[in-house]
Ligand binder design. Structure first.
Ligand code: IPE
Ligand code: IPE
Ligand code: MG
Length: 248
């Protein structure tokens, strides 16, 4: 089975999972954290190198205060509890998004966990927090704009590489596979630039019900696909043969 080098997940459906059971939405988010722990461990075991999880969007700030507060508290406790597990599994933590908007306490724990896991190299767990792709692009364009204004960069020097390197995901390869749970088939302002050639997979399962076996099903589906990047099927088969020959 082909394992994506970089897997990105839109973890959706916590609220509906709880509402179906007449429980407060936050119970769904708590249950969702358990899924995160299982999926992180499975990805690590399967050899995924980068796992990006959409945990809180720029737009999610507009939810009722109680839910936002509860989510921020949950995030803080998750990070505190997760540190030892990340160290045990050799996982490095990174974050993308407008993190300056996060509560100070969450930011401090985040920085602590990132610095303690910095040398880990088995897998990078990248949390998208207060993340919106358009917001990320605006911040990147401003940085490039500043460089142009002070004469360090000429407009004709702007390249795809420069843009990629100015985004929050600098140093992280583009995702190979994107999974969204809960049956919604939209991108919701996630990694718009980076998903240019990513394979998309939509699962009907709500995030708290998404198991490691569903993840493996997604990998099996991904394995069957031929990624053509604009070329022809025959060209890609040729490529594969050359790759294989190269290995012998
Ligand atoms: C995803 O679950 C988690 C976050 C956005 C924080 P939702 O909270 O969006 O759950 P639904 O979509 O309302 O069921
Ligand atoms: C996307 O889910 C954001 C996260 C999973 C964190 P939403 O539930 O916020 O997205 P929409 O509103 O259904 O598009
Ligand atoms: Mg949702």
């Amino acid at each position: 089975m082909r394992i994506p080098h970089h897997l990105a997940i839109i973890m959706d459906g916590n609220g509906r999972w709880a509402e179906k059971r007449h429980l407060p939405r936050i119970i769904g988010h708590r249950k969702g954290v358990e899924t995160v722990q299982q999926i992180v461990a499975t990805c690590r075991k399967q050899g995924v190198k980068f796992l990006t999880l959409f945990a809180f969007s720029s737009e999610n700030w507009g939810r009722p205060h109680d839910e936002v507060d509860a989510l921020m508290r949950l995030l803080g406790t998750f990070l505190e509890k997760e540190l030892s597990r990340l160290l045990e599994q050799g996982i490095r933590l990174r974050v993308i998004g407008e993190t300056g908007r996060l509560p100070g306490q969450v930011l401090r724990i985040l920085q602590e966990v990132m610095s303690q896991t910095e040398a880990n190299d088995k897998m990078t767990l990248c949390l998208a927090l207060s993340y919106g792709s358009r917001n990320e692009m605006v911040r990147a364009f401003r940085k490039i704009g500043d460089q142009i204004a002070c004469g360090k960069v000429l407009p004709e020097q702007i390249s795809e590489k420069m843009i990629s390197e100015t985004l929050d995901t600098n140093g992280i390869p583009d995702p190979d596979l994107l999974i969204r749970t809960s049956g919604e088939t939209r991108i919701s302002n996630f990694l718009l630039w980076q998903l240019a050639y990513t394979e998309l997979y939509f699962s009907e399962k709500l995030w708290p019900e998404f198991t490691s076996s569903e993840l493996l099903e997604a990998f099996a589906d991904f394995s069957q696909r031929q990624r053509r990047f604009g070329l022809t099927g025959a060209q890609m088969e040729g490529e594969e043969i050359t790759h294989q020959e190269g290995r012998h």
